[in-house]
Design a binder for this molecule. Structure first.
Ligand code: HH2
Length: 415
């Protein structure tokens, strides 16, 4: 996720993209560098920042979003705002995602708007408001407190009609936190990831990186941004909100290749689909329960009960000793020439699928079956170009004290 600040006062690039033409050119450059999402904001949230009137925020962001939507490309547009009127105008202009640093608290009716438009929504943790958030921030346990906050905001959004699959969570690095709080959140990010939704992390150029490196200025904090993004990736983050897209993409691609898990689509979204730029905003998005959304699949290929010895799980014994896992994979193909040609090259070769699933399941240890299934699904989508893939992982002997027959998790992805 590349940052476009159309503001005079953002902490690291204030004033550079206030001119709409400069903002649009910057956005297109970030997309060319590999950003799958462009996050456009018209109000700085730096510590101490005051509010910007709605009309002014609209004046800043709408022309930029309109122009980027018009230019088109392989990116989706996100609006970074806490105001419903700004979010609505941004979505009218082409934004597909609302990044609300207040997590739908500033303007609670924002939730209904997001739900109605079928938009993606990022809920971020912030203590207090930007004007006062850095006044002696205190937590009982920063990770547990942030996690409880995000779970509460998630429940609110879902109650208001936003589907869970449209929600992304963000611990809000630098928002009402000391340097130690930020480091603790990054160190234990897996606890936030365990909520089960994609996690967004924004460390880019933030002041704790300067503090840790002897007072480096904003423009000199790229090494810190890269280090923290790589660590966040390793701990399960899916989206990285950064100013320096090219360098962070390179770092993440190399990291992912080293541990053997490809970054989906060659961009910086890991194992989570960004909002599709071509998605219709109202009612858009994929609903697994809506059978009409897949254009009558011609062929379904199903592989069930692939039994593998793996090392996934939340507890260290599960990861150290390992356990048996059963994997089911279903492909739906709308265009399957093998029905006529009778050639295995014209369909999904299930022997090869089994090999790919085994490779994906055994090359790396995941804490959650959700992440494992998503990694397998991403790999299969990329390799076979199927219209949709369903991956189900079952633990036949789950390490639970109570008598449970089996535990399973299923992930569904579509192209
Ligand atoms: N950080 C900033 C703004 N918006 N949104 C999310 N989801 N996560 C973040 O960490 C985040 C955010 C602050 O960075 P920036 O936009 O560069 O600065 P400013 O708010 O001063 O414009």
């Amino acid at each position: 996720m590349g940052v476009i600040n159309v503001t005079p006062d953002s902490f690291s690039d204030g004033g550079r993209y206030l001119d709409p033409e400069a903002a649009v050119a910057h956005g297109l450059a970030l997309a060319a560098d590999g950003a799958a999402i462009l996050d456009v904001g018209g109000e700085s949230t730096r510590p101490g920042a005051g509010p910007v009137p709605v009309q002014e925020e609209l004046r800043r962001v709408v022309p930029v979003i309109e122009a980027l939507a018009c230019a088109g490309g392989d990116f989706a547009l996100s609006i970074d705002t806490t105001k419903m009127d700004v979010a609505r105008a941004a979505m009218d202009a082409g934004a597909r995602m609302v990044n609300d640093v207040s997590a739908l608290r500033s303007d609670p009716s924002m939730a209904a708007l997001v739900a109605e438009r079928g938009a993606e929504c990022c809920l971020m943790h912030m203590r207090g408001e930007p004007r006062t958030m850095q006044d002696e921030p205190r937590y009982d346990d920063v990770v547990s407190d942030v996690k409880a906050f995000l779970e509460e905001r998630l429940a609110f959004a879902v109650r208001e009609g936003v589907p869970e699959r449209k929600i992304w969570l963000d611990p809000g690095i630098g928002f009402g936190k000391t340097a130690e709080h930020n480091l603790e959140l990054l160190r234990r990010l897996d606890e936030i990831v365990a909520i089960g939704l994609p996690v967004v992390v924004g460390t880019s150029r933030k002041s704790f990186l300067g503090k840790l490196t002897g007072g480096r200025a904003e423009g000199e904090r790229l090494p810190g941004t890269i280090a923290t993004s790589v660590l966040a990736w390793e701990r399960g983050a899916s989206v990285f909100r950064v100013h320096d897209v090219a360098a962070v993409v390179d770092a993440l691609v190399v990291t992912a290749a080293t541990v053997g898990s490809p970054i989906v689509g060659g961009n910086m979204i890991d194992e989570h689909d960004p909002p599709d730029p071509d998605d219709e905003i109202d009612g858009g998005g994929f609903d697994p329960e809506d059978e009409d959304e897949i254009a009558d699949p011609a062929v379904t290929v199903e592989i069930t009960g692939l039994s593998l010895f793996t090392r996934h799980g939340v507890t260290p014994p599960e990861r150290e000793l390992g356990q048996r896992l059963l994997l089911d994979v279903t492909f739906e193909l709308t265009d399957c020439d093998a029905m006529v040609t009778d050639r295995v090259e014209d369909t999904v070769d299930y022997a090869d699928v089994c090999e790919q699933v085994a490779l994906a399941a055994q090359e790396r240890s995941y804490k959650t079956l959700e992440r494992l299934c998503n990694a397998i699904a991403g790999r299969l989508m990329e390799r076979y170009g199927a219209d949709s893939v369903r991956v189900k992982a079952t633990k036949p002997e789950p390490p639970i004290a109570l008598p449970v027959q089996e535990v399973s998790v299923e992930v569904w992805r579509e192209a």
